[in-house]
Design a protein around this ligand. Structure first.
Ligand SMILES: Cc1cc2nc3c(=O)[nH]c(=O)nc-3n(C[C@H](O)[C@H](O)[C@H](O)COP(=O)(O)O)c2cc1C
Length: 211
C-alpha cells in the first residue's frame, strides 16, 4: 500500500524540471533509473530503444543552440506580456530560456527508437525512412521521467529536436535504422517539484460512448 501511495505522489508531482544544478549525476544512479525504465511495455518485447548519454560540453552546446533557435522560431509569437506574472507565463518563460541553459545541464539523454512503419501504413505507401517506433518507446520515456523524479533528479521531456534531427543523427553518428524519440535533460533540481495542474479525469471521461 505504502509504495502505491508513493507512486501516486510521484505521478502527481512529476513536472518538467528545467532549472537544474550543474552538479554531476552519478553513472550508477542514471543506470538504476534506466534499468527500471526499460521494463516498460513494448511491442513483442522487441525493446526497440537505445540511449545515448551525453555529458560532453561541445555536443550539449551545439544541441542547446539549435534547440534555442527552434524554440524561438516556433514559439516567439506566444511570449507573454512582460507584466504577465501568471504561473502559465512564468512556465512559458522558463521553457523559452531552457535552450540557453542546456550546455550546463549535467546530462542530455537521447532516447533513440528503431524505425518501424506503423501497421496502418500500407506497403506501397512506405516511402523513405520509417519513423522511430514511438508507441514502443514512449512508455520507456515516461518511466525515465518517473524514475528520475523518484530519485530526486529533475528531468523534462523535450521533442523540439525533431526540427533538426538529421543534423543530430550525423553528430551522434547514429545509423539510419534509428531515430530520436525524445531528448531528456537530467540533473539535480534547483527548485521544488510543485504539484501538476490538470483537468480532473471526470471532465474528460465519457461513459459507454463519446459525448
Ligand atoms: C510530446 C511532448 C513533447 C514535449 N516537448 C517539449 C519540449 O520540446 N520542450 C519543453 O520544454 N517541454 C516539452 N514538453 C513538456 C510540456 O511542454 C509540458 O509537459 C506541458 O507544458 C505541461 O507543463 P506542466 O507539466 O509543468 O504542467 C513536451 C511534452 C510532450 C508530451
Amino acid at each position: 500500500m505504502e509504495s502505491s501511495l508513493d507512486l501516486f505522489h510521484i505521478m502527481k508531482t512529476m513536472r518538467p524540471m528545467r532549472r537544474l544544478k550543474p552538479d554531476d549525476v552519478p553513472d550508477d544512479l542514471l543506470e538504476e533509473v534506466l534499468d527500471a525504465a526499460v521494463c516498460a511495455p513494448n511491442s513483442l518485447n522487441s525493446q526497440p530503444y537505445n540511449f545515448i548519454v551525453v555529458r560532453d560540453k561541445v555536443t550539449k552546446s551545439l544541441f542547446g543552440e539549435k534547440y534555442d533557435q527552434a524554440m524561438r522560431q516556433r514559439f516567439a509569437k506566444y511570449v507573454p506580456e512582460s507584466g504577465d506574472n501568471s504561473a502559465l507565463a512564468r512556465n512559458f518563460r522558463t521553457a523559452m530560456a531552457f535552450g540557453k541553459h542546456l550546455p550546463d545541464v549535467p546530462v542530455l539523454l537521447f532516447v533513440c527508437g528503431e524505425r518501424d512503419w506503423p501497421l496502418a501504413v500500407a506497403d506501397e505507401a512506405r516511402i523513405g525512412l520509417a519513423p522511430p517506433s514511438y508507441g514502443s518507446v514512449f512508455p520507456c520515456v515516461q518511466n525515465i521521467l518517473l524514475g528520475c523524479r523518484a530519485k530526486g533528479l529533475g528531468a523534462s521531456l523535450t521533442t523540439m529536436h525533431q526540427v533538426f534531427e538529421a543534423e543530430l543523427i550525423d553528430l551522434l553518428r547514429m545509423p539510419d535504422s534509428h531515430g530520436i524519440v525524445a531528448v531528456i535533460p537530467i540533473g539535480y533540481p534547483k527548485g521544488n517539484f510543485g504539484p501538476v495542474t490538470r483537468k480532473p479525469s471526470s471532465a474528460i471521461t465519457f461513459l459507454e460512448q463519446w459525448g
